[in-house]
Design a protein around this ligand. Sequence first.
Ligand SMILES: [Zn+2]
Length: 354
Amino acid sequence: MEKKMKKFFIDLVEAPSPSGFEQAAQEVYRKFIGEYADDVKTDVHGNVIAFKKGTGDLRLMLVGHADEIGLMINYIDDNGFIRFVPIGGVDVALLPGTRVNIYHEKNLVRGVIGRKAIHLLKPEERKNSPKLEDLWIDIGAIDREAAEKRVCVGDPITFTPGFEVLEGDIITSKATDNKAGVFVVASVMKELAKVELKCNLYSVAAVQEEVGLRGARTSAYGIDPHVGIAIDVTHSSDFPGISKNTLGDIRLGKGPVISVGCNINPKVFELLKKAGDEAKVNYQIEAAPRGTGTDANALQVTRSGVAAGLVSIPNRYMHTQNEVIHLGDLTDTAKLLAKFTQLIDSETNFIPGV
Ligand SMILES: [Zn+2]
């Protein structure tokens, strides 16, 4: 991956953006995309919409969600210890003993998530994973008054591990879900910057996916696309304890994962595969027999319906502090989608069976 792009990805994953507090990540996106788009707008919900004009009327929307899971302060006790609630799907078992960042106005406050030491746990406490109410954040404050000088109820909190290379292109970080998607929609626009398109391209960094696909819904309503592709992460099945019988065979480094099923327009599915073949990109297929838990779901049922697609980046340990992905899958996904964008125009028929 070229240096500039790697830096962009690192800036994205390290920017704090729990759902509802995305603007630090959105600023990274806005700064990057400006030179490649004809226009960049931020809507009232916080979605950032980059636009590149093509010939013809067809509107294509690519969307990656900029929000990440996190925590939020809901109570500070008399001794200055902070209680918190999750933003999105947080695995409480992974929290004790970790460090967190609390964002208070313009300040960053460091904290640790405390739990009784193993010596002090009762036998039944040792057996069970902790509950949210057993945990707290310690910011070193001596009492409530001292804590309230530095933080307040409502402050957002993120996990801290930043970007790190494990080996070659295999990297770990918090929030690859779904800065990976934001990175891809930006990369597609960059790749097509000098290309004349036969469709109008909207690359969207959407907010609030982790709390109910909310930003994709508002941005899609505004854009009113004919075709919409969500780019997100999906579970790989290439690590211990995972059954390929249930998840299928999805591996890191084997390329973008194209979903098929009721959430996906069949013609979009075929065109995505064609784009992969023409771009000479390896891809994998994922069976999705229901509405997916991704922005593709919100896209598809916008207004009177949008021809939806879903392309995903294989991801290990999703929603943990240390997710693992392969950077090659990001560049391959961008290549596939850049090709897809060039395969469609106002004449393309997305009506199933006709
Ligand atoms: Zn997620």
